[in-house]
Each structure stands twice: as structure tokens, then as C-alpha cells.
Design a protein around this ligand. Structure first.
Ligand SMILES: Cc1ncc(COP(=O)(O)O)c(C=O)c1O
Length: 398
């Protein structure tokens, strides 16, 4: 394929794009349409579109079984699931929630919406995630909760973080949005810490169009969260909890159920995409593929690469060329949260690893709409960029 593709073919020089359609880093999985319709008929027949309807109940049960956990509470999004879980779990007399800086761009807002001050901590350079030794730097007399976020590839060191939380007697919540299918030391993600939170946005592993859920083995917390997502109402006109409207509707639950039915096929597809990147990227020096830990169960969902020192272009230049070809590669969690400006107070520990790593990683196209030949072409393009970096940089500067 490389002999057909030459630097003069790049949109930067020719004005003509190589790809006819956009290649995204979002999953955008389309579950079997018949299954989606079959589920949809169930709520339609019962004329129950929202407020803990039949499909939401079914989905919560399926997800609890899937994660080997006692309770699952669904929400309108992962964002509101996180906000309400923080609100329910954080020590109310304290003010700070510890979160990694190198993570989801809205995480500080999540903490602020829950009424707490985000205290950013550094990451472990191996896992790219919060660790016990980075989190401990942020613990002080005001700490209300540790919010551990799994990285995009693999998981954080769960046991060390659980031990840390226990030794300081702090509640601990996991954001497991990127680790839905994974195990940690052979145990399914979903039942660690006080609770774990997941997203069912279309870009994620389980596509519910939009949605989220929290899993826990704590029945008191589960009941509280179920009330909080429905305005705090228990019975008619009786408010028992702080609440908001964060309910999942039945159409989204139908989509999520259909998506759950197709998980095995999805993992097979993701594995093929990942193997193709593994095989083809091997021949390019300067790009390191982050590998999945295959000693654990993994969904192979995201493709993250590190641009090493010998890669001749900056990450921003690399992404600009890929975007000009409709390849929607993304900078990995950029900028880190401690480098952003806020209208509310934040705190930060020293960030040596995050600052050092902040401009090295990017995600490449993957998911349902990407196939092996797309991956081969993306990698061919990267090869050309490596060879013709000097011309490309000059062209970008014009
Ligand atoms: C790590 C992480 N946590 C939480 C969320 C929020 O999920 P949602 O989009 O369902 O609100 C996201 C969304 O991208 C995420 O990446």
C-alpha cells in the first residue's frame, strides 16, 4: 500500500483527502437493530417511557450480573452518576476530592458540581493513572474522598489505592468508564471500593446513546443513589434526599441492552483492530503502541500511542496532518486538568510525571466503524509522515 501512497498524495500537498469518510476514535457501536426494536416494544407495550421503567430495571440487573456486583443504578449520563456518587460518598464535613490531573477533561467540573474542591494529583508514569504514591501527596485534613480514574489502556493499581483509602479511613470511588470489560487481578471491574462509575455514551463500550451507571455492594448507598437521581423523591411529594433529574429513559435502556447482547462480537472486532495496529506499527520507529495486559480480561477498545523522542514531528503537527485527512486522532487527555483555568477554587500537588508526559500521547481511530484496511492506511500515512517530516513541517508553517 505504501508504494501507492506518496507524500504528494497527502491533502496538505494535493488538496485531496485520502479517506472519503471520517475515522473516529469513538466506539459508535451499532447494536443489532432487531434486538433494539424487540426491547423497545417492551416499554412501548407497557406505556412506560421513564421513571424506573421495565427496561431500566432489566438493564440494572444485567449490568450487576455482568460486573459481579450486588447493585447497579443507572443515570442519564456518567457525568451525573459521578456527581451524585461523590455527593453521596464524600465526607460531608470535609471539602476536597482527590482526582488525577491527567484524565477526563470535565472531571474538575464533576467535583465542583458535587460541591467540593478538586485536588489534582500526579500519575504513575507506567500506568498513566493515579496511584497510591501520587494520591497520598494530596491527602490532608480536608480530604473528603479519593476519586480514582482508570486510564484509557489497562487499569490503575487498585489494591494499593484501596489500602491507602483504608489507612486514612477515606471513601474511595472508581471512575471505570474506560475499563468496563476489564478484570483487575482476575476479578471483574465493578465491585471495587465504595462504588464504581461507568458511561454508556455512544463513544463508549456499551452504547446507550447517552447514559451512565454506578455499581456497588452497599445497599444503603444504592438506595440513596436511586432516590437522588429522581429528585430525591420517595413516594409522592415526599423528599428524602438531595436530588436532581438524572434518570435514564427507556429508549436509552433499550439501546444499552441491545449493545450488551453484542459485546462478544465487539471485543472480537476490537481485538482485530488492535492486532492490526500491533503488526503494522512495529515497523515505525518513534511510535510506541500502549499494549493491553492480556493476562487480564480486556475489551481492546482504545488505541493509544506514545510519540517517542525520535518521532520527528510534534504531537500537534502529527494530529494536524491526520485531521487534514479526516483521521480524527486525539491528543490524550490534553491539557491536563491542573493546566486549565477555572472559575472555582482548585488545588494541585507537584506534577512532574504529568507535565513530562502531557504532550506525548494520542489516540488513533478504532471502534465499530473502523476496519483493518483503514488501520493499514492510517499507519502507512504515519510512515510517510516520518519519512517526509521536514517537508510536512514546512508546509504546515506556510
Ligand atoms: C473517564 C470518563 N469519566 C466520565 C465520563 C463522563 O461520561 P458521560 O459522557 O456519560 O457523561 C467520561 C466521558 O467521556 C470519561 O471519559
Amino acid at each position: 500500500m505504501l508504494d501507492k501512497l506518496d507524500v504528494s498524495n497527502l491533502a496538505l500537498f494535493s488538496g485531496k483527502k485520502i479517506f472519503e469518510r471520517y475515522l473516529s476514535t469513538s466506539n459508535l457501536v451499532r447494536p443489532a437493530f432487531d434486538q433494539f426494536m424487540d426491547y423497545s416494544h417492551m416499554f412501548y407495550k407497557q406505556r412506560r417511557y421513564t421513571n424506573n421503567g421495565p427496561l431500566v430495571k432489566q438493564l440494572e440487573q444485567r449490568l450487576a450480573e455482568f460486573h459481579h456486583v450486588d447493585h447497579c443504578i443507572t443515570f442519564s449520563s456518567g457525568f451525573w452518576g459521578l456527581v451524585l456518587a461523590i455527593k453521596a460518598l464524600a465526607l460531608s464535613e470535609k471539602t476536597e476530592v482527590i482526582v488525577p490531573s491527567f484524565t477526563y477533561r470535565r472531571m474538575a467540573d464533576v467535583v465542583a458540581w458535587a460541591g467540593f474542591t478538586p485536588h489534582f494529583c500526579d500519575v504513575d508514569p507506567q500506568t498513566l493513572a493515579i496511584s497510591a504514591s501520587t494520591a497520598v501527596e494530596a491527602i490532608n485534613a480536608d480530604t473528603a474522598l479519593i476519586l480514582c480514574v482508570h486510564p484509557i489502556v489497562n487499569t490503575c493499581d487498585v489494591h494499593a489505592l484501596l489500602k491507602l483509602a483504608e489507612s486514612f479511613q477515606l471513601p474511595i470511588l472508581f471512575d471505570s468508564v474506560e475499563s468496563v470489560f476489564e478484570t483487575y487481578l482476575g476479578k471483574k471491574v465493578g465491585s471495587f471500593g465504595n462504588a464504581e462509575c461507568f458511561s454508556m455514551h455512544a463513544s463508549k463500550f456499551i452504547n446507550g446513546f447517552e447514559g451512565g451507571y454506578v455499581t456497588t455492594n452497599d445497599p444503603v448507598l444504592a438506595r440513596k443513589l436511586a432516590l437522588m437521581r429522581g429528585f430525591g423523591f420517595y413516594g409522592q411529594d415526599n423528599i428524602e434526599e438531595f436530588g436532581t433529574n438524572a434518570k435514564l429513559n427507556e429508549i436509552h435502556a433499550a439501546m444499552a441492552l441491545a449493545s450488551l447482547d453484542g459485546l462478544d462480537e465487539q471485543v472480537e472486532h476490537n481485538r482485530t483492530i488492535y492486532r492490526t495496529y500491533q503488526r503494522t506499527l512495529e515497523s515505525i520507529s518513534g511510535i510506541r503502541l500502549l499494549t493491553f495486559d492480556e493476562g487480564e480480561r480486556t475489551g481492546f477498545k482504545n488505541i493509544v500511542v506514545e510519540l517517542l523522542d525520535e518521532w520527528p514531528l510534534s504531537r500537534e503537527e502529527t494530529i494536524a496532518v491526520l485531521h487534514s485527512e479526516r483521521i480524527l486522532a486525539r491528543a490524550y487527555y490534553s491539557p491536563p486538568l491542573h493546566q486549565k483555568k477555572y472559575t472555582y477554587p482548585t488545588k494541585s500537588t507537584e506534577m512532574s510525571a504529568t507535565n513530562r508526559l502531557a504532550e506525548r500521547f494520542m489516540t488513533l481511530p478504532c471502534g465499530y466503524l473502523v476496519d483493518e484496511s483503514d488501520v493499514e492506511l492510517v499507519v502507512d500515512l504515519l510512515k510517510i509522515m516520518r519519512i517526509h517530516a521536514y517537508d510536512i513541517r514546512r508546509r504546515l508553517q506556510l
